[in-house]
Ligand binder design. Sequence first.
Ligand code: PLP
Length: 395
Amino acid sequence: MAKVNKNFENLVPSYLFAEIAKRVNEFVKANPDKPVIRLGIGDVTRPLAPVVVDAMKKGCDELAVKETFKGYPDYEGYEFARQAIADYYKTFGVSVDKDEILINDGAKSDAGNITDIFSQDNVVLVTDPVYPVYVDTNIMGGRKIIYADANEENGFNASPDPSVHADLIYLCSPNNPTGAAMNEEQLKAWVDYALANDAIIFYDAAYESFITEDGIPRSIYAIEGSRKCAIEMCSLSKTAGFTGTRCGYTVIPKELEMDGTNIYKLWYRRQSTKFNGVSYPVQCGLAAVFSEEGLKQIQENLKYYQENARIIAKTMDECGVKYTGGINSPYIWFKCPGGKSSWEFFDYMLNTINVVGTPGEGFGENGKGWFRLTAFGDRENTIEAMRRFKEMLSK
Ligand code: PLP
C-alpha cells in the first residue's frame, strides 16, 4: 500500500483566508449596495515597470531566433542576472559574490524547499506571529518547532533566549505580518546566537526594499559573522511587482559549512535534481529591475505603497491605536481597539465600515487581539477606508 506522509495530518487546516472569503461573500450577498474595500490581501496591484516589460519582450524576441534561442537555463541562474543582483547589494553597501546567488521562481519555493537539505531531527525556531510557510513546511517534514515570542512588550521583534537551543532559525525582517523591522543590534543578537548554537538562520528579506530608516539592515550580510551562519532569501514579488511573473533569489555564502558539509554545494545538488531554473525572459526582467533605470522606475510603485502605509499609520496615530510597521514595511499591524478579539474586530469593521483586513490570530498565538492591514491597495480606497476607520472609532 502506498503510505502517505502522515505529518500532513498535523497541519492546522488553512481556514484563515477561506474563512475571510466566506464572511466577505456573505456580507456582499446580503448588502449588494455597500461596496467593500479590501485591505487584507498581500498581493500587489501596481503594474510592472516599463523597462522590465521591455526587457522581457526583448528576451522573448531572442527566443524566436535560431541564433539567440536558449533551452534549459543554468540551475543557479544566468550570470548576467546574478551579476545584476550582486551589483544591487553593492548599492546598500553589502558585498555578495554573483557565484553565491541562486535565482529561483520566488522566495516561497526556497523557504519551503531549503529544509530538504537538513535532517529531520533539527530543532526549528520561528518567531510568533509568523509567515505560515515556515511552520507548515517543517510540520510536513516532521520537525520539532519552537517559538520565540514577538509581542507588544518587545515591539514585535523577538530576541533569542540563550537558555534554549535551536538548529534552524527563520527570521523575517521587515516582518510579515507585523511590519516590525530589526535594527543592527537586534539582528546581531540572532547572529551571535546562531554562531553559539552552530545553527543556521534562514533570513527572509522579501520586504527589504520597503526599508526607509537608517540603521535597519537591508541584508543579514550587513552583520558581522553572518556569512558563517546565514542563508538569505529574497523576492521580486513586492520589490518589483513580480507576484505573477515569479522570480526571487537565495544567497548562500561559499564559506558556509555545517557538520563538515558545504551548504552551497548541498543546495546546488538539491536544486539541480529537483529544479530546472527560471525562464530566460523572466531573468531578463530581473536584470532590468536592478539596472540603473529599473531601480528608478520601481521606486514609483514602492513610493505609492509607502504613501498608502503612511496614510494608514497616520490614521492609527490620530486614533490613538497601537501599531507596528508602516514605516519600513507595507504592513500595519495594530491592536484591536476596545479589547476586541481579532475575529470580533474583523466582523465589526466589515459590518460597520465595509473594510476587510486580516485577523492577527491567523499568524499565531501572539496575533490574538491584533490585526493586519496592507498598503497594497488603491490610493483612493486606502484614503476612504481610513476616513471610515476614523469615523468608526470616534463613535
Ligand atoms: N516571504 C514572505 C515573508 C512573504 O510575505 C512572501 C509573500 O507574501 C513570500 C516570502 C513569498 O514570496 P514569493 O512571491 O517570492 O514566493
